[in-house]
Design a protein around this ligand. Structure first.
Ligand code: A3P
Ligand code: MG
Length: 264
């Protein structure tokens, strides 16, 4: 993959982020999808912009977005390479006006991501990563920097968890670990904090879909971390079900994260 494609995809994510901002921070009208999850005009604007831009950039690579039809979701099984897009991850946080939402674009090849771009519209920060090429962050007005996960210090862990969908087992862990500091955050930002060495562990036992994790998993893996199911297998893509299993995301693979989660 050439660097020009990587830069172009980062620019698509930034443009999509700019398209969400006029809808942010005011009274935003919310529709409910078939599964009762929220949908705003910002999700739709970002989806339309990304679809159009990726189709122009790589006409031969199909695109699957959270806002694609169910027919397209089912049709993806025959694709070997495709763009996997969450045009606005953290819609609940977007509606609250918290700024903890992201634009996510992954390139899936076979069963895993080979490029991931996560953009944070409110701060203008963009993360990207490719296996073997490393992970990077670009902050507005600054040159891109390489990012790496950090070794976990079990006495001073930083644990990140969903603000809206943590669930009882993760909440119990956060209460039990008095030596850890915790941050609850919306969206794929949680993976990015681990990728840049500011947090150690993100346990996720509540449902997510492949588009919620593909781009950020790629950034985290390229930064030295991993995302596994509870049996320790890498989270994979283009599964029969678009839903992911419960997973553990971490920067350092040495600690027994499942034992920590289960209080063993
Ligand atoms: N019941 C459910 N089934 C599938 N995915 C769910 C879900 N509840 C939440 N999610 C996913 O969790 C994401 C939010 O995660 P978090 O709480 O970490 O911000 C949502 O992303 P969207 O905001 O893109 O819909 C949604 O895709
Ligand atoms: Mg999402």
């Amino acid at each position: 993959m050439d660097e020009a494609l990587v830069s172009a995809v980062c620019e698509v994510a930034r443009e999509a982020g700019r398209a969400t901002l006029p809808f942010h921070g005011g009274a935003v009208s919310v529709e409910r999808k078939g599964d009762d999850s929220p949908l705003t005009a910002a999700d739709k604007a970002s989806h339309a912009l990304i679809l159009d831009a990726l189709r122009r950039l790589t006409p031969d690579i199909p695109v699957l977005s959270e806002e694609s039809s169910e027919k397209e979701v089912a049709g993806r099984r025959s694709w070997s390479t495709f763009w996997l897009v969450d045009p606005l991850d953290g819609t609940k946080e977007f509606i609250k006006g918290s700024g903890e939402f992201t634009v996510n674009i992954a390139l899936i090849s076979g069963s895993g991501p080979v490029l991931g771009v996560v953009h944070v519209p409110v701060t203008g920060v963009t993360y990207w990563g490719r296996p073997g090429a490393g992970a990077f962050v670009a902050r507005p007005g600054q040159a891109p920097e390489a990012i790496r996960t950090r070794p976990a210090n079990l006495e001073r862990l930083v644990i990140v968890a969903s603000k809206d969908h943590a669930g009882p087992q993760v909440e119990a862990l956060l209460k039990r670990l008095t030596t850890a500091s915790t941050a609850t955050l919306g969206s794929s930002l949680k993976f990015c904090l681990i990728a840049e060495g500011k947090a150690d562990f993100y346990p996720r036992l509540q449902p997510t879909c492949e588009w919620d994790t593909g781009a950020a998993q790629c950034v985290l893996e390229a930064a030295g971390g991993a995302v596994t199911d509870l049996a320790g297998h890498r989270l994979v893509y283009n599964k029969e079900q678009i839903l992911n299993p419960s997973f553990l995301a971490f920067g350092d693979s040495r600690p027994d994260w499942l034992a920590l989660l289960e209080g063993r």
